[in-house]
Design a protein around this ligand. Structure first.
Ligand code: BT5
Length: 262
């Protein structure tokens, strides 16, 4: 359970200590509407793969489906990465799962209870500590993926926009150094991209840390229908396989509004 409401010190990121993974470039900005919007714009203007933009504060942070992502200045990590995956489009749904896996891997030493809820939530005991928004952007030289990640670091309870949310500080009474953590997440993400062409390994690794499998879930379909069933598996394209009266159905990331344990 969250243990404190005292705000932690919030030092700025230290660009001098940020070593980007090979071929990547990191830009830190004080304020942005949305780092996903900034990186998408740069992609349309011809920016190469590997641009990372980190904002100390987002004023119009985006979630999926026009939802908002709210974080106070320097209390979180909010950043986006420009990727041009060589993998076929059918495997792009793995990207949000893989980004979640990278966040989980970077946090687990500090927060052993951190787990992934399919497709893109990073949770500590059902409270959301990080969110991921992957957007496909068409550019003159082909489609790119903008991988946006928001991680709650030092927010107090009062600063979290919804009840089922948490921050690292609330969980362990300590805020990790954001510069170090950003480097770890980027390193982990960069390393995992090499696994995109090996969906079998990706699937095995993901299933290990996904808390959705085996749970009863509500799947909200774009039609407005809600299907309740047991989450059985994740298939080779990253789709969630859910039991239903008509047999198992595969739910693609794009089809799901919300899945929750009951
Ligand atoms: C997400 O959407 O979880 C994706 C969040 C992605 C944010 C990053 S930050 C860097 C990059 N630039 C952007 O503009 N976005 C990305 P979704 O699954 O739709 O969840 C959104 C919902 O999470 C909201 O409707 C709130 O209920 C809740 N929420 C908003 N802010 C939150 C926070 N800081 N912590 C936990 N939950 C939050």
């Amino acid at each position: 359970m969250p243990v404190t409401t005292t705000p932690a010190p919030r030092p700025p990121l230290d660009p001098d200590r940020l070593a980007p993974p090979p071929g990547w470039r990191i830009e830190v900005v004080d304020e942005a509407g949305s780092t996903n919007a900034l990186v998408s714009e740069r992609a349309r203007q011809g920016e190469e793969e590997g641009l990372v933009i980190v904002a100390e504060h987002q004023t119009a942070g985006r979630g999926r489906l026009d939802r908002v992502w709210e974080t106070p200045p320097r209390a979180a990590l909010t950043f986006s990465v420009l990727l041009r995956p060589a993998a076929p489009s059918a495997d792009w749904p793995w990207l949000p799962l893989l980004a979640g896996y990278a966040v989980q891997a970077a946090l687990v030493d500090r927060l052993p209870a951190v787990a992934l809820k399919w497709p893109n939530d990073v949770l500590v005991e059902e409270r959301k500590i990080a969110g991921i928004l992957v957007e496909r952007v068409e550019t003159p030289s082909g489609p790119v993926a903008v991988v946006g990640i928001g991680i709650n670091i030092s927010q107090t309870l009062d600063e979290l926009p919804v009840a089922l949310a948490t921050s690292v500080h609330l969980e362990v009474s300590q805020s990790p150094d954001r510069t170090d953590l950003l480097g770890q997440v980027l390193g982990s993400l960069h390393g995992l991209l090499g696994v995109l062409d090996d969906p079998a390994s990706l699937r095995a690794a993901y299933l290990d840390v996904c808390s959705t499998i085996g749970r009863e879930v509500d799947v909200h379909l774009p039609s407005g229908d809600v299907r309740r069933g047991e989450a059985l598996d994740v298939d080779s394209h990253g789709a969630l396989v859910v039991s239903s009266p008509d047999g198992a159905m595969a739910v693609n990331a794009g089809d799901v509004i919300h899945v929750r344990a009951t």
